[in-house]
Design a protein around this ligand. Sequence first.
Ligand code: S3P
Length: 729
Amino acid sequence: MFNKICIIGIGLIGGSIARAARTQGLCDCIVAYGRQSGINNLIKAKELGVVDEYYLDIESAVNHADCVIICTPVGVMEQMFSLLKPFWNKKTIYSDVGSTKGSVIAAARKVFSEVPPNFIAAHPIAGAEKSGVEASKEDLFNNKRVVVTPIKSSSSDCLSKMITFWRAIGAQVTEMNVEHHDAVLAATSHLPHILAFSLVDLLGKKDEQVEIFKYAAGGFKDFTRIASSDPTMWLDICQANKQELIPLLQQLQVKLAAMEQMLADDQSQQIFATFAYAKQARQRFLTQFDNSMSQSITFNVQPGGSLRGEIRLPGDKSISHRSIMLGSLAEGVTHVSGFLNAEDSLATLQAFRAMGVTIEGPENGEVTIHGVGKHGLKAPAEPLYLGNSGTSMRLLSGLLAGQSFNTVLTGDESLSSRPMKRVTTPLATMGANIKTQNDGTAPLHITSTRSLKAIDYNMPVASAQVKSCLLLAGMYAAGDTSVTEPAPTRDHTERMLNGFGYPVQRDGDKVHINSNGKLTACDIDVPSDISSAAFFLVGASIAENSDVTLKHVGINPTRTGIINILRLMGANIEVLNERTVGGELVADLQVLSSQLKGIDIPEELVPLAIDEFPVIFVAAACAEGQTRLTGAKELRVKECDRIQVMADGLQILGVAAQPTDDGMIIQGKTSASITGGEVISHGDHRIAMSFSIAGLRATAPITIHDCENVNTSFPEFRDLATQLGLNLR
Ligand code: S3P
């Protein structure tokens, strides 16, 4: 990319850039500029081979350099620009690595009057407590974020070249404007540093300091790790960004004073709510951002094997969502057991905490919800982030349309591309005020209207989410709201509303609700999710010599399409110990290996098995003859386009899978049905798990990329699948 890179200030960051650029072959020659006082560091840099040469005069250092990166503290940027000014070359790209960007741009303006277009400000968010060139390493920026903060006058060529450079050394590059960068970093980095420095300063000066440090276990050590950072550098950063930092410090003081008061007044509920909210928020941040940054999860499945054993699978996702929603709106305390501790259901839980509901847990599947009543929710301080969860977004849109406050609903990339008009259109007819993006996708901006009116709605698609959304809105609407389904869909909302004592009537394919009801807290026992069971129902069917019993699975008739379809294909599934638990049918399912045969899947079963088709396609690939699915266009708008993505993956694995507009045609084989290969799940949990199950009948290993989202519905999948005999790493 470059002939000569000149690094000004060769410490941890500058040294790591040099090492990475060299390893990746991004330049012919790297030199450093430094001052006499730092000569030892410069000598070391050359000795270590980090740079080819170093200079104490700037003119020689930048001579013929086509890239100059200023890696000095932000406090001396003005000095550096003045030093560079006489030799500034229009053909060279200049950049920096400062932690504050407003001050850097201001320094450039001061020296040059206009910021030169070939200066591209950047901030790699990477570092270590150690400093100096000896601490530098070539992978410091691997998977780390680098924020570039171009301004209006920045050259787009220089910008794209710097972005390419950072990407080439492993970083994930984000563009931000200067002010936004400084505000974000003040909150996420600069404030925590001030806190860590201050806390150690406070405790260190106490008389009993020796005691404190002697017993300082994980908490103190973890919390104050960043107090080992370079004080000069941090003084610089805090001064440079004080405009953003001071208001944050003031807010923190208010928070601490409130905490002090809550402790003094023994307000245990409020304290708990603060802690619990923080715990969940941190968890969400770790899974949402940190995981995707640092660990992309790949499954590797060795071919063959059998599934054998008896297990209880995690709780039903649909019921878990609804338990939080209705428990929050109930009067009294609702206890939930068997709650699904996965990202999707936690997104709902977190949303209600953000709306002022105290929710304890989940701890071993137990959740306690201190209901606030139908009108007791409070405005959340921030947009509600719902991750990957379509159910959360669609059901909440109805529930929130009738509240007395405004809300914004956001989600991850997949959720933000899914159709929301199917809920916002009928809600608008009820008088709701919800803005989507132009293409009908999230974020959803819900503006409070206190006067929802009932509608009689004929659903164009068979969707439990749309039905549930409108029933929840109907709880706040004047008149009788009714929803007619074109085909039966899961009825957990209706059942649970009745369980909470809220009247809902069914009249054939029509469900009615009105606002004259209240929810009374109750206990909810969430059965295992049949959608998670589906992977093992198929797995044990297709793998020879298998015998699996899945305990306590929900077999609500609106969910058992998978059992019906597999039985039509010749599967050997027994439903044992059928019983009713908390208004839902539950049973143990025993499944033995069998030779499946291809079928035309009856269209009326499609909504009853809507989430199970990815793994049904795998069953079809191992069945004798052709399987044909029609009437399942909805699969194209799930977490990904499940028709296309499954067809692509199956074809890679040697299966004759032909996608159609509304389904798929698969020519199954009895032996050697699936070859090995590498497939991509497109971030869709069910695709990742389905291809894992395919490994049971594969002739070579299957690698499945992009499996992080298994955590949205079934975080224990890997452990339970391996426990039963799947060879998955
Ligand atoms: C769900 C309904 C279904 C299903 C989803 C969960 C629910 O969606 O695919 O995983 O809990 O109501 P649709 O209503 O879009 O079919």
